[in-house]
Every structure is written in structure tokens, then in C-alpha cells.
Write a protein that binds this ligand. Structure first.
Ligand SMILES: Nc1ncnc2c1ncn2[C@@H]1O[C@H](COP(=O)(O)OP(=O)(O)OP(=O)(O)O)[C@@H](O)[C@H]1O
Length: 194
């Protein structure tokens, strides 16, 4: 007999996250979420591949949000804790929209900034100076902000997501991505999604 699928409320999430998931009308995780989220909750690195529309974004977004919420229970300095790398502005906007929906009840505790847009670096600098908990960006944008010292990740980064990893590790993005990885601390939980 097939094993019963877990429901979101059985996965040990913060009530605010569960409420946002319920508002989205999701009762059960999709297959990739059911496989990926428990591993992510154990702190494991993930390498996940699934077809478009299978719920990959929430498969990493939910554990990223949960980890930030859990750690905010003990007093901590405001720092950038998670970096989500995407290949394009459009995907950045989609990720930001999903993060906003999932943080609808905890937007003060989990602040998300999308820096994929074409605005000047100086226009985005104030957003980064506030040290959002999560930054969504393309590798080139993130590198530019690191070089301009608008963003410091060395001591704070706990989670790195590479969305569309197959694309980001391919021609056109690879050099920036490798360069960026050299600027990051050595220890963080990673989510490679494609
Ligand atoms: N557990 C769930 N139950 C019902 N719908 C869900 C669930 N998780 C995600 N969805 C919905 O499924 C759709 C696809 O999700 P998502 O964009 O995360 O997929 P994806 O695999 O990342 O797709 P893409 O490769 O196009 O980025 C979205 O409309 C999302 O709201």
C-alpha cells in the first residue's frame, strides 16, 4: 500500500507559515515538496530536479522561511541570511511574489528584497543596507553589490539557493556564478534546483 502523504500541518512549521500556505489553498505538499522539505529541515543540502510547475519554488522557500522564523525566536542581529540566485529578472519577480505570499503573516520577521531589477546600484543600496533576511538576485547583480560593499555576506549567510541551477551553471552565467561562490563563506546550506 502506498505511504500516506504528509499534510503541511504535520511538518512542524511555524503557525504564520501554515496560515499563509492555507490561504494559498494548498493542503498537501507536491511530490518535490514532500521529498525536499523534510531533508531541508534536517539541514541537509539539496539537489532537486523536477518539471516546470511542480512546486519547486515553495520546495525551497518554505524551509528557508521556516529556518529564519525559528532562529528569530532567540535574539539575533539583523543580517542577510539567505541568498536566492536566479537567472532573470522575471524569475526574480516570481520568486519574490511567492516569498511575499508565504511571508504574508511574518513579513516583519522575514524581510525579502528582490534586487534583480535594472535600477542603479546606488538606488538599490538603501534596501541592502537594511539587511533584509533574504536577497533575491542574479549572480551579476549580487557580485556588483558585493564589490560596491553594499552587501556583506561573509559572516551571515546561512542558506544559498541556486534556482534554475542547470542554466546558471551554463555558458553566460557560469563565470559570474563561480566568481560569486568564491566570495561566499564556506559553510551554508545549499539548495540547487533545476
Ligand atoms: N503544495 C501545493 N499545492 C497546490 N499548489 C501548489 C503547491 N505548491 C505550489 N503550488 C502552485 O503550483 C504552481 C507552480 O509552482 P512553482 O512556480 O513553485 O513551480 P516551479 O516548479 O518552480 O515552476 P517553474 O519551473 O516554472 O519555476 C504555482 O501556481 C504554485 O502556487
Amino acid at each position: 500500500m502506498a505511504a500516506e502523504m504528509l499534510h503541511f500541518h504535520e511538518m512542524g512549521f511555524d503557525d504564520r507559515l501554515l496560515k499563509a500556505v492555507a490561504d494559498l489553498g494548498w493542503s498537501q505538499p507536491t511530490l518535490i515538496q514532500e521529498k525536499a522539505i523534510p531533508l531541508a529541515q534536517e539541514g541537509k543540502d539539496l539537489l532537486a530536479r523536477a518539471r516546470t510547475g511542480s512546486g519547486k519554488t515553495a520546495a525551497y522557500a518554505i524551509p528557508v522561511i521556516q529556518r529564519i522564523l525559528a532562529s528569530k525566536q532567540s535574539v539575533r542581529e539583523q543580517e542577510v541570511r539567505a541568498l536566492i540566485l536566479v537567472p532573470t529578472k522575471e524569475l526574480g519577480q516570481q520568486v519574490q511574489a511567492m516569498m511575499r505570499q508565504l511571508t504574508a503573516y511574518c513579513s516583519r520577521d522575514v524581510r525579502v528584497a528582490d534586487i534583480t531589477g535594472k535600477a542603479d546600484l546606488s538606488a538599490q543600496r538603501p534596501i541592502l543596507m537594511e539587511k533584509p533576511d533574504v536577497v533575491v538576485g542574479t549572480p551579476s547583480r549580487v557580485l556588483a553589490h558585493l564589490s560596491a560593499q553594499n552587501l556583506v555576506l561573509h559572516s551571515s549567510l546561512e542558506m544559498l539557493v541556486v534556482d534554475e541551477a542547470d542554466l546558471l551553471f551554463s555558458f553566460g552565467f557560469e563565470a559570474d556564478l563561480k566568481n560569486l561562490l568564491c566570495h561566499l563563506p564556506k559553510i551554508y546550506q545549499s539548495f540547487l534546483m533545476s
